[in-house]
Design a protein around this ligand. Sequence first.
Ligand code: SF4
Ligand code: SF4
Length: 337
Amino acid sequence: MTDKKTIKKSSLDDLFKKMMADGKRVLAPVRKGETVLFQEVDGYSAVAADYVQTTLSAKEALLPRCEEMMRFTTAQSTVSLEEGPAKPSPVVVFGVRPCDARSIAVVNAVYLKDYNDALYKEKSDSTTIIAVSCAKSDEYCFCTSVGGSPGSTEGSDILLTLIDGDTYLAEILTDKGKAVVSIAPALFAAAGSEVKEKHLADVPVQFDLGALEKKLPGAFDGAVWITQSLRCIGCGTCSYVCPACTCFDIQDETDGTRGMRFRCWDSCGFGQFTLHTSGHNPREVQSQRWRQRIMHKFSYQPDQLQVVGCVGCGRCSRACPVDMNILQHIKDIVEAR
Ligand code: SF4
Ligand code: SF4
């Protein structure tokens, strides 16, 4: 059973200081002009409060945008590996929205299910997620249509919900969450009969996920992909802001006899994503790439990994430079005869 406590908003700065004194880096949403991004902070006063959703997700704490995998030295016909990247230090990510916390299950399914990716696993093991429920939403949010909610606990180690102006209900969900409480037990009080539901944003269900999953296999050769993607410029922004996108590219860079292998996020929206060295490209046009994005998230991943590859955060629609709106496009697919 979930352990429930309360913590005062005015105690969060003390909690941050205690976590840092315990050797943890604390990342939290920080406002930078129009954007709100996860950054390392040295106290709660730096944390942004006036936003629906961060511009980028906290995925980067577990899966960096660009990450060193190994260094090597070449000598004639031999290659010697050098010491791998340093072990990650413990991190607490504060202020993650419940949809983003749920997205960790999608990334885990790709990086830990069939193959145990050591770099990802190390970061996953050393990261604690303190999520904060959503009290407000916008027209792009659709977490409830894909199995989530503004107060979902999935993927969080602690979930905080503001239940009055200065008090958070704290659901302590995992051993990592308990470890945070044990650093500063005096800051937490036993919860009474407080419930979080009436303090959550109202996010209506907008489409039937089961109907979408049933419909997609038969829609593969339909014209919908062409009409929906006519204005897509293949910039890849939708993938880069997505907390549940997992594709990457691996490259080696060398300088004389020394080299580094690294992996970076990639996007199925790019024309070169599937380009073979032969010159053949199985996804020659943007409509095929758009189809892949939707099929992968709502058909292939549910079939193969038992996760839906979208948590309804709405970032791709907010960020798309040509106003492609994934929610509207999904609704159109579900409602099409
Ligand atoms: S952000 Fe918009 S324009 Fe860019 S690839 Fe995605 S859907 Fe296409
Ligand atoms: S596909 Fe769009 S709405 Fe879904 S999780 Fe990714 S960014 Fe969020």
